[in-house]
Design a protein around this ligand. Sequence first.
Ligand code: NAD
Ligand code: MN
Length: 516
Amino acid sequence: MAKRAKRRESTLVVLERNGEDAEHRTAVAVQDRRLKFGDDWSYAPAPESNSYIKLQSRYSHFINGKFVTPHSGKYFDSINPATEEKLAEIADGNARDVDRAVQSARRAYQTTWGKMSGRERGKYLYRIARLIQEKSRELAIIESMDGGKPIKESRDIDLPLVAAHFFYYAGWADKLSYAFPGRTPQPLGVAGQIIPWNFPLLMAAWKLAPALACGNTCVLKPAETTSITALRLAEIFQEAELPDGVVNIVTGAGETGRAIVEHSSVNKIAFTGSTEVGKRILKALTGTKKKLTLELGGKAANIIFEDAPIDQAVEGIISGIYFNQGHVCCAGSRLFVQEGVFPQVIRKLRDRISSLRVGDPLDKNTDIGAINSRMQLDKICELVDSGVRQGAQLIQPTLRLPKKGYWYPPSFFTGVTASHRIAQEEIFGPVLSVMTFRTPDEAIERANNTPYGLSAGVWTDKGSKIFKIVNKLRAGVVWANTYNKFDPTSPFGGYKESGFGREGGAHGLLPYLSLT
Ligand code: NAD
Ligand code: MN
């Protein structure tokens, strides 16, 4: 009886019009009215062809313009995280290999690159940028195969930005004196550069382009799970006839990186990676004359005010945390929602994550690709478990994940408190921690309550509020009504445990110059 009465209550009466009879319709409950996505909507597969990609079975170090076998004779496998198949073998570098690379860079600095006019250096950088553009499809596919990121991101975001960085710094090469009026900019010498696996080619570009524009020579070490595109870039340097030794690439894991950091003939170290390793490098360099820049982790606050355009903000939350599987140092991993819009934001977020497609990185419809490595997947699972154990509520869509490979569904937590590990530590995966606030001051205080300070986001309709909040957020980059936007002309870098030094823009020249 009670059930029937309830039914009747929710019947809609459409009023009589043009003399026609009144019409009775049954109202549909809100939860039934929601569109269901997930597996109900099937897409035809749209895989990017990779049949023409020819990888070498083995990649050696790139030293003095040539590919040379590692001193130890040892290689390790680079695998495709979406299939767990081996793609190629990568040379395992030791201190002897690093020494060869540094000596080659020193020679090139003294004999060619350090003496060359900025105008001539610029020509090489323009040539490299154009070659990257020419080969960008192929490079994007390899980036997705080796690292697991969706092709629509490697094709439309990573590769265009890689080329844009080389173009941008090519433009600076002959204009350094204008960047620092009244000063005489001088290159530092040999730069040792160590990069992570989340944006393999883009991080290589962020490191190499400004260093070369300023007249330095480089020894670069890619991350051990994603070395292949850096070595493809080495082939581009050969094709561009970049003088031998100007860029040297030594592959390997942490020990190889340490050998670069500790080499006595390196003038500058630029590192992007974890805060833990960053701290170790800082210690190792204390008391030496080597210059240092560190780009480390983050736990960014993305702040949504009640007056924000909520639909756009939800898209910003999505791209803030699920872009590149959440393997992003500036990811908007802590979401602060003003209380009045909390239920609405959560409802929309829940709907939106169930429409994200997780799977084959080479499929053009894929939103979330493979987790970069088993190690990273284990780390994500461990932190998510801690969140559940500490009492937060985990929300995940139901979806079928491929059997092979490393995957994690887009997820978020509600009921998170500031002391939970998932509110403090970098998860570096597609997992968001949602919290609420009442006043702008509370939002600022909670946003700054972290050892990190890399980035933040603010969503509001009021320009004045944006300026007020942005000035009080202790973060290197703050996006307003957008998130994860990158441009070579815009400096990027952190405060506090997120590191120091800036990459990008005119600011990005400074770490590679001495000014007299
Ligand atoms: P990591 O810091 O261990 O590795 C980054 C790079 O440093 C790699 O090339 C690695 O081989 C090298 N390296 C490792 N130990 C070194 C040492 N002692 N001396 C010199 N170089 C060394 O980072 P990871 O293991 O790849 O990832 C761990 C965590 O780091 C991630 O979960 C994430 O939190 C963070 N991370 C941050 C960024 C970022 O862009 N800020 C990027 C990747 C990872
Ligand atoms: Mn790989």
